[in-house]
Ligand binder design. Structure first.
Ligand SMILES: [Zn+2]
Length: 362
């Protein structure tokens, strides 16, 4: 029910838009409001591109897959030293070709044996996860981080599993990532340029694991400007509204996740359904001046292991460009939002107008 104040206040209180339709609606603090900042460059909507770097090495996980499916192929990749999950160069080339930039969120998972309690060692699930663990301080990862930052990509934090409830751990992970950025800048000053940030502005929690609003308080307390964990790995849509949320009524933003690749129809088995689902999301975004955020894990860009997902990503970005979207990273969007004065004559939409009809999403 919009009232006079609600339609003129650029930071309108959120009138619980999700509770009606969404059984999993988070308990937002009473101070929560929408970010109604005008979109940059008169864009029809904004598309934020993000990648969670969970497992850049297939490595020993191949041996696990050997036991499950396609043993010949997985055994060959395990023994050959080929690394089908290392997709940094491919994604950079693809996005540079499209003229866009994205955010890569790096994970600094704790070492199972060195940093976790003994009881955790007994869980097979923990071992499977541990086999894919990477060291964010390794030279190859550091080089990848440096190349991304130097090229205008955002380097952000993929908060580890236990960090959602551990502010100190979260701070340490942020500090380590910023140390890498500073070291890479110092080692490659000419390529890095003066523009590339050496700070981490935000990111997403591993497995979208987030205690609301406590994890956001941790993010804010350690100096992050945003979180992109609010969403689902199993369904797509604007279930948390069309705009970033300011949960505390201040400058800290939450970017709801509109679509994770795994939640879309399989683009190999059902290419038309996958494309149409993306098309519907893009049109809904354009109709509502929305900020749409998508997540493609880097390993999904390997066409052999995840056929169709690279094609679908390219199609999504090109279609968003056709529709007049601003496309970029959450950090760049926040900078654009904060760089504008708010003397705009644009009337913000009412909550009722921008409310999602779940029947249209399917
Ligand atoms: Zn993750």
């Amino acid at each position: 029910m919009p009232d006079e104040a609600a339609t003129t206040d650029p930071l309108r209180r959120i009138e619980r838009p999700t509770e009606t339709h969404d059984r999993e609606a988070p308990k937002l603090p009473p101070s929560a409001c929408w970010d109604e900042s005008p979109l940059p460059a008169d864009a029809s909507f904004a598309l934020c591109l993000t990648h969670d770097v969970d497992r850049p090495y297939k490595g020993l996980r191949s041996l696990f897959y050997v036991l499950q499916e396609r043993p010949g192929y997985h055994l060959r990749t395990a023994l050959s030293g080929a690394n089908p999950y290392w997709q940094f160069d491919e994604i950079r080339d693809l996005e540079a070709d499209l003229g866009v930039r994205s955010a890569f969120y790096f994970l600094n998972e704790q070492h199972l044996l060195a940093e976790r309690p003994v009881r955790d060692w007994l869980s097979p699930t923990n071992w499977v996860q541990h086999l894919g663990r990477y060291d964010v301080r390794s030279p190859a990862i550091n080089e990848a981080i440096g190349e991304l930052a130097a090229g205008g990509w955002e380097v952000g934090l993929h908060g580890s599993f236990h960090s959602a409830e551990n502010r100190d751990r979260l701070r340490e992970e942020k500090n380590v990532l910023e140390d890498v950025l500073i070291e890479e800048r110092d080692a490659n000053r000419t390529e890095f340029g003066d523009e590339a940030p050496t700070t981490v502005a935000g990111g997403r929690q591993h497995y979208l694991r987030c205690s609301i609003p406590e994890t956001w308080r941790h993010h804010r307390a350690i100096g992050l400007e945003y979180d992109a964990s609010l969403g689902s790995g199993t369904r797509v849509g604007f279930h948390h509204g069309y705009r970033p949320i300011r949960p505390f009524g201040d400058d800290f933003r939450v970017f709801p996740l509109t679509a994770m690749e795994q939640a879309l129809p399989d683009p190999e088995a059902e290419p038309e359904a996958a494309r149409l689902t993306c098309e519907e999301l893009l049109l809904e975004a354009a109709a509502n001046e929305a900020v749409m955020t998508v997540l493609w894990h880097p390993r999904y860009f390997n066409e052999r292991e995840f056929p169709g997902y690279r094609w679908l990503y390219r199609w999504l970005v090109e279609r968003a460009q056709e529709l007049g979207a601003w496309i970029g990273t959450p950090r760049a969007l926040i900078e654009a939002f904060d760089g504008k004065d708010d003397g705009t004559d644009r009337q913000p939409m009412t909550v009722a107008e921008r409310r999602v009809d779940p029947d249209q999403i399917g």
